[in-house]
Design a protein around this ligand. Structure first.
Ligand code: 25A
Ligand code: L14
Length: 332
């Protein structure tokens, strides 16, 4: 086995801390870890893998010591600048930001969906947007079987998606304090506004769902629309997904397809009030699907309710799963 070293960039953030938790749980065959953040956190000590690790400031020379894999979650501008530097030193970057996702030289990967794309990397692999990842885990097996024609996404997104600042806005907002991260109070409110607005009236988050879905499924012809909404939930994103297929389907068979899909847990027993919920998805790396019902307003339609931990499957766990596969390939 090759000796592998892994860096975590943005180790002190919401996603970065979860990287560390998931890495401890998954016990990857890694010999050495390096933890980076901005200057603000340099020198801070973090207990990780039973040892004390010191946070280092990320600089242009950070990757000069033969680091094999770097998990980045320090925002778009940090990734834009430092991912190419890391790649030029022979490191493979798994990047959580939106900076590289639509670059044609960068694979956009959900391991249950398109693991084969990992091998096509030229030094940077992008982790999709959190809302897109959980949708892909549920939709890929249905697309393979029934061929998706159109998707309507409506999301109910947790504040943890906006990092530490989003979390504080809800926590402090519940005590009556004014928001700092969001443009309006999020406590007792819903904001149909995630990331910035574009000229076409959609938000960036909505267009990420549209474009990333097409790239990951390799299906530019699917008609997709999305409305993404921030709700006063600390963690885990919920999504209403309305699908139309080209092929007809049997509902019972469709449920079986989902039950057999990797990474999916079906929770669908309305008589007993069983359906996916944010509070039960939190802490898990799986994607939960329920409220599975035929859409009687169109010919081959179905409605789904899809919930996952946005910081785990939507970010850290997905990236660690990619790293796991990378290490397997390095040892092949
Ligand atoms: O808008 P952007 O640039 O795209 O960034 C979006 C933000 O979303 C989060 C992440 O916030 C990011 O900053 N994020 C990114 N991907 C995400 C995803 N998939 C995501 N959230 C959800 N899902 P965060 O606060 O959770 O994490 C930021 C981490 O990045 C480190 N960092 C920032 N700039 C860096 C850098 N690391 C290296 N080089 C740089 N130039 C950051 O480290 C953190 O680990 P830090 O040292 O800057 O932060 C340590 C602590 O400081 C607090 N803090 C954060 N921002 C501020 C702040 N304090 C004061 N003012 C601030 N502006 C935090 O408590 C943090 O723990
Ligand atoms: O593109 O604020 O991955 O909930 C993920 C979190 C964009 C913003 C991304 C949020 C970000 C989003």
């Amino acid at each position: 086995m090759k000796k592998i070293s892994v860096a975590v960039v943005g180790a002190t953030g919401m996603v970065g801390r979860t990287f560390l938790k998931v890495l401890e749980e998954e016990k990857l065959p890694v010999d050495k870890y390096y933890l980076f953040a901005s200057k603000r956190s340099a020198g801070q000590k973090i207990n990780f893998m039973g040892e004390e690790h010191v946070i280092e400031e990320l600089t242009e020379t950070s990757f000069d010591r033969g680091i094999d894999i770097a998990l980045f979650s320090a925002g778009g501008s940090t990734s834009e600048k430092f991912a190419p530097i890391a790649a030029s030193k022979g490191c493979i970057v798994v990047d959580n930001s939106s900076a590289w996702r639509m670059d044609e030289n960068v694979p956009l990967v959900v391991p249950e969906v398109n693991p084969e794309d990992i091998k096509k990397n030229k030094g940077i692999i992008a982790n999709p947007n959190c809302s897109t990842i959980q949708a892909m885990v549920a939709l890929k097996p249905l697309d393979d079987k029934y061929k998706i024609k159109r998707i309507v996404y409506s999301t109910y997104q947790a504040v943890s998606g906006a990092g530490m600042g989003g979390w504080s806005d809800l926590e402090n907002g519940l005590k009556g304090e004014a928001p700092q991260k969001f443009p309006h109070p999020i406590a007792n409110n819903c904001l149909p506004h995630i990331d910035s607005f574009l000229d076409n009236g959609y938000t960036k988050e909505e267009m990420k769902m549209v474009n990333e879905t097409r790239k990951i499924l390799g299906r530019d012809d699917i008609a997709i629309t999305a409305t993404t909404v921030r709700v006063p939930v600390f963690n885990s994103h919920s999504e209403s997904i309305n699908l139309e297929f080209h092929n007809s389907f049997d509902l019972k068979e469709l449920v079986e397809v989902l039950k057999n899909a990797p990474g999916v847990v079906v929770q669908d027993d309305p008589e007993n009030n069983v359906y996916p919920m944010a509070i039960t998805a939190t802490g898990s790396n799986d994607t939960y699907v329920g409220r599975i019902r035929r859409d009687f307003s169109v010919e081959n339609g179905v409605n789904l309710w899809v919930v996952a931990d946005n910081i785990r499957k939507g970010a850290a766990a997905n990236a660690v799963q990619i790293a796991q596969k990378l290490i397997e390939y390095m040892n092949d």
